[in-house]
Design a protein around this ligand. Structure first.
Ligand SMILES: C[S@@+](CC[C@H](N)C(=O)[O-])C[C@H]1O[C@@H](n2cnc3c(N)ncnc32)[C@H](O)[C@@H]1O
Length: 255
């Protein structure tokens, strides 16, 4: 039977790849690399570098395909994402059917960890449910951008015994539950931390974590927000893309 590995490769540094991931990489015949557009060619290169660096004495094939893009003419966000997922289901299923022999192993290398803001597992689950091609699959965890951020700033993510909210820029702009002291914000193209002017937070921000171009900034939100926005804009213009994550930590009275 075909076997599929969904391998978390960590969020940017080839040294985030785990021993378990290396073992899985060495069991793969075909890697499926989904190209997400020119600006992110660097991310494709990192995947290739990981294969070259960690696969020893085993021949493998790389199959590249272009990931479908979201249809912005669909106004409703959920409907738009569902449509996009469906197109990816059809693409991934066709790739597996065409490129993977009955007894071969294939892999999708997922940025960071597959369980965090990534749709690969949902797509694979849908392909399995359709039952068109029988296959078994295994998920290998990876180091998330959240762990990379915490390590680089040398901070714990939670207060003692407290909850942490992991959310997106889009959600942050909408509202934050009252009892939340610490938040991790991802997928924020709009610098949504600027929408919290009355709240006293510390921010721990990181871009291109684990990569050669990594940038870290931290400080009181009210004093640092403008600098982070300016730096972020400069970085995006220079590289053509930017990935950043941050922790917001509510300051206690008198701190
Ligand atoms: C589609 S999500 C993928 C998250 C990934 N699965 C993980 O485990 O980190 C992409 C978001 O992750 C964050 N991210 C991923 N890699 C990053 C990095 N190297 N530096 C900073 N943020 C990163 C950013 O917030 C980015 O918008």
């Amino acid at each position: 039977m075909r076997k599929l590995y969904i391998i978390g490769i960590g969020a940017g540094n080839p040294e985030y790849v785990t021993v378990q991931a290396i073992k899985a990489l060495n069991a793969v015949n075909v890697f499926f690399f989904l190209n997400k557009g020119e600006d992110k060619a660097d991310l494709l290169l990192l995947r290739k570098e990981i294969c070259e660096r960690y696969i020893e004495g085993q021949s493998y094939r790389i199959v590249e395909a272009t990931d479908p893009i979201r249809d912005l003419s669909i106004a409703d966000y959920t409907a738009r994402v569902e449509r996009w997922h469906h197109e990816r289901v059809l693409l991934y299923e066709a790739l597996m059917e065409r490129e993977l022999g009955d007894e071969e192993s294939g892999a999708f290398l997922v940025w960071g960890d597959p369980s965090l803001y990534d749709s690969t597992l949902r797509i694979i689950d849908q392909i399995a449910a359709r039952g068109k091609i029988p296959f078994d699959y295994e998920v290998i965890p990876g180091i998330t951008s959240i762990q990379a951020l915490a390590a680089r700033h040398r901070i714990p993510i939670n207060g003692i015994g407290d909850s942490v909210l992991i959310t997106t820029g889009r959600q942050l702009s909408a509202s934050i539950p009252d009892n939340i002291e610490k938040l991790v914000v991802m997928l924020d193209g709009q610098c949504s931390f600027k929408t919290l002017p009355d709240q006293d937070y510390d921010i721990f921000w990181g871009a291109y974590l684990g990569m050669d171009d990594e940038v870290l900034l931290s400080g009181r939100l009210s004093e640092t927000a403008n600098t982070i926005e300016t730096v972020r804009n400069e970085l995006r213009n220079r590289h053509g893309w930017v990935m950043d994550t941050y922790v917001l930590s509510k300051r206690s009275e008198g701190k």
